[in-house]
Design a protein around this ligand. Sequence first.
Ligand code: GLC
Length: 703
Amino acid sequence: MTVQEKLGQLQQLTWTGDTGPGGGQTAETEAAARAGRLGSVLNIHGARNTNALQRIAVEESRLGIPLLFGLDVIHGFWTTFPIPLAQAASFDPEVSRRDAEVSAAETRAAGVRWTFSPMMDVTHEPRWGRIAEGSGEDPYLNAAFAVAKVEGYQGPADGSRLAADDRIAACAKHFVAYGGAEGGRDYNTVDVSEQRLRNHYLPPFKAAVDAGVATVMAAFNTVSGVPAHGNAHTMRTVLKDEWDFGGFVVSDYTGVEELIAHGFAEDGADAAALALTSGLDMEMVSTHFVDHGEALLDAGLITIEHVDEAVARILALKHALGLFADPYSDESAETTEPTAAARTAARETAARSMVLLKNEAAALPLDPATGSVAVVGPFADSTDLHGTWAGPGSHRFPSVSVLDAVRETAPAARVTHADADPARAAAAAREADVTVVVVGEDPALSGEAAVRSDIGLPAGQEELIAAVAATGTPYVVVLVNGRPLALGGWLDTAPAVLEAWHPGIEAGHAVADVLFGTVNPGGKLPVTFPRATGQIPVYYNHESTGRPYNPAHPDEKYVSRYLDLAEGPRLPFGHGLSYTTFATSDPVLSRDDITRAELEQGETVDVTVTVTNTGERAGDEVVQVYVHDVAASIAQPVRRLRGFARVTLEPGASTTVAFPLGAEDLGFWTNDPAGTFLVERGRVDVYAGTSSTAEARRTLRVL
Ligand code: GLC
């Protein structure tokens, strides 16, 4: 390979469409492919399109190295599954594995062998639109869902299935701490201690690397002053050296170029040198590696070893994907729409992801034999509930509306519709036996560069709810949204509220399945819902502070609280109700103490919890186990999720779930930049229950 050909492998250009500034490089892309100065292309799909471009690279360039095609398949290609935040609410990573497997098959058939997914950015920032794309505020939950997605896309960690015609390479993003952007403003500054970086933001990425993730994408933000695209500590020291990551790191869209705007690089050449020497391997859309690489080599500002390392990593993945053996896709095998089975998977996943926030006097489930149902609100008849970062299918296949699904589910009922106008909605409600109010966020308010300074219900929706409530007709509220919302006073009076998120292609069917009880909701909140925007950040895994609020002394002035807001979240992490009831036992520990030596040898303490369905119908409960190291050399979160299990129980049935607690559950990373993980002696409180507010506790002593 010539130097130019080597540098060409480090270049990714976009085809059409823009998922970042500029966009649409079709002509440059074809020319670069023909010249052998291109390694990868994003935003292209369709076997005919990919084969045509692949033929240029393989048959017209000197070496004929095949191109790697990538696309953002975040929660579906033809079949749009619920947004990832919704999937996290299922507390069942298997739903994400199912999404990834269906998506991989559809994507591969469309000529694309690489997705820029899963996103695993832990965040406490509901103003940040990209909270929709990840698995919420907890590292452990994010890690579980990241692994399920990586395995679902790629197959087993050894990469043995990557060349199969229903598997694609995954991408752990965004490396790292993107979810910590100040003010929740996208691309904004992240200043984070080493301990919080390692205890909070890095764990999902480590889990993805251990699951064999093929690639990692750098994040747009700085990490304590050093942009992630030029951060040797995170990309080289942690990812490539400490974790021995064998895949490659791709920039985000023009992320190398943006080192200049960060005030970190003087110019394009400087940006290329800083990025490449810090461990970045492939440049997305901007072209500084190719433009300046030879001069940088001549000037000794980069070495050929830097270039060769990146080339080797990229070619290794192309080989593992079978691109050298078979660079083309079978156009006859291409699918053009969701299969019935895929739609069923999407529908089941969406229903499993929904969270019953409130249900007084069994307002839900509704009776399919109800005489008349009014379905009102701005999203009552919406066919655009796929959510942010929905794939090509969202442009071709409308999501099923709630209105249509209610009509299907209650065929004998008189089902009426009214839009967002309060008067019209009230008029419809007055004529109905029950009203379903569908409010929330347009998907355009969610996702990248979609940050809200006020996370209340959008204008007019609270008035709509109030107008319906004033009619006296029984009503239930369905929320369709891509982030936690600051829910107003209406939450205190609404009889029932279902959090449906943005549920994807089968949105309406899944909502109706839950509303009418075909599915008993069992989801839990993967993010805290604040009382007000001004309360942000508010999250369950917070530090105690030296002056924590004590509910036993609510009037104590000198504590960490707001003068004008009640203490604590509106709805806590892990919260979610069911149409039945459950009882959970206190946690039982297999032993009351364990030495650090035993933990270092892999010994564990088993926490067992027995859960019983004490109601009248089958249902799911999510048993959760949290730990709190009450005195440590780094102040620990008051709760850390270290185990969860969603169980299905018939009325009266019980089951006992066991969670092993080992060193990784009882220790923590320190502020040592070289990475020091400590398990300290002392008391660890172990909580178990059905939300982060669980009070049942046992004490474990680490000796
Ligand atoms: C976007 C996103 C990233 C995505 C990439 C390619 O800016 O930050 O998540 O994968 O560009 O579309």
